[in-house]
Design a protein around this ligand. Structure first.
Ligand code: NAD
Length: 364
């Protein structure tokens, strides 16, 4: 029986990369129906919201979505679509695999061995949005509380962001990381934080990770401090497998890891909850190249591979991934960002790269 997936093409280059996904999925013969839903900047003019309720209803019904990038309107009073999706659907885990594909330029000396998955907590930490303006007197009850109850005096020029990390939130994300490791044949989980300095927040995450690790004795488990981890990922990325982190460190380490495998243009991602998952490329709407047939479709296609694996359509996932890898390795039919400087052949467009991938799918 065919499965229905919500497809949100999104803004900017979104419709171009969504079209490539649809062409590849037709070639794969995957038994998937698309429920196409518009969200993003264009919807503000039409419906006065970037995320109409019917888009959320569609995802709730189908449980799986593939999403193109959407613009975050600056200073227009609308909540970010991405933040709303995460909050309203309780997508508490951000999953970013970082695997090197031969043919992509990396600054790392032996990138072939890089095959990491970053699991980032998506709801807590300094991104919870609990912030205080730098005002004084009666208007700053928090500064007053700190002074009166804790003896800590902060000047009126101090801004404050609060970092909430809970045992339940930490246990949930670490359990997710081990379960992901189990389903995806991974061997090791590394929990990362700065527990030596922030004992009450990161210390609690570290303890929760340690406790949960005892339930999964079949996996190697280790703990690392985030500053050391940054250096480790640049020097020895091949030593790492699944990484689990609180929100802020996860955000930063995800981009660092994307950088060592060739950049955001080739990095896939997903936001997941207990039984809803939204897959998306990690790059933005790239307005500077929108509508020009220049965008690299690899990020969204690799996100589609993740989606197919999640749907247990393993054969289709393998064929798609092998076809993308083959086109990148040959290096002939790839977009400009994947062409090395001084390459004798010109780059191809988004559609043409998609067609080259379809040829490989048909040949497999
Ligand atoms: P961006 O990722 O859109 O673009 C940064 C640069 O990288 C641009 O020069 C762009 O042309 C290039 N680029 C990005 N993806 C590429 C690809 N696949 N192929 C070739 N080149 C690519 O980042 P930005 O300019 O900071 O953001 C633009 C808009 O996208 C903003 O409104 C932002 O809020 C939004 N955004 C959305 C998401 C999302 O929906 N997940 C993520 C990031 C940014």
């Amino acid at each position: 029986m065919s499965q229905t997936v919500t497809l949100i093409p999104g803004d900017g280059v979104g419709p171009e990369i969504a079209a490539v996904v649809r062409t590849c999925m037709t070639a794969l013969g995957a038994d998937i129906e698309w429920d196409i839903q518009d969200a993003g900047a264009a919807m503000i003019e039409k419906e006065n919201t970037p995320l109409p309720d019917r888009v959320l209803d569609s995802i709730r019904k189908n449980r799986i979505a593939l999403k193109g990038p959407v613009e975050t309107p600056v200073g227009k009073g609308f909540r970010s679509v991405n933040v709303r999706l995460r909050q309203d659907l309780d997508l508490f885990a951000c999953v970013r695999p970082c695997k090197y594909y031969e043919g992509i330029h990396s600054r790392i000396t032996a990138p072939e061995a890089i095959d990491l998955v970053i699991v980032r907590e998506n709801t807590e930490d300094l991104y919870a949005g609990i912030e205080f303006m730098n005002t004084c007197g009666e208007e700053a009850p928090f500064l007053k509380f700190l002074k009166e109850q804790q003896g800590i005096v902060l000047g009126c020029d101090t801004g404050i962001s609060i970092k909430p990390i809970s045992i339940s939130g930490s246990e949930r994300i670490v359990t997710f990381a081990f379960e992901y490791a189990k389903k995806n044949g991974r061997k090791k989980v590394t929990a990362i934080d700065k527990a030596n300095i922030m004992k009450f927040s990161d210390g609690l995450f570290m303890q929760a990770a340690e406790d949960i690790s005892h339930k999964y004795p079949e996996f190697a488990y280790e703990h690392k401090l985030v500053d050391n981890m940054c250096m480790q990922l640049v020097q020895y990325p091949e030593k790492y497998d699944v990484l689990v982190l609180p929100n802020l460190y996860g955000d930063i380490i995800s981009d660092l890891a994307a950088g060592i495998i060739g950049g955001l243009g080739v990095a896939p991602g997903a936001n997941m909850g207990d039984d809803v998952a939204v897959f998306e490329a990690t790059h933005g709407s790239a307005p500077d190249i929108a509508g020009q047939n220049k965008v690299n479709p690899t990020g969204i296609l690799l996100s589609t591979v993740l989606m197919l694996r999640y749907m247990e359509l393993t054969g289709a996932a393998d064929r798609l991934e092998q076809s993308i890898a083959a086109v990148i390795k040959e290096g002939r039919h790839v977009t400009a960002d994947l062409k090395p400087a001084g390459s004798p052949e010109p780059p191809v467009g988004t559609r043409e790269m998609g067609n080259a991938i379809v040829e490989k799918i048909n040949a497999l």
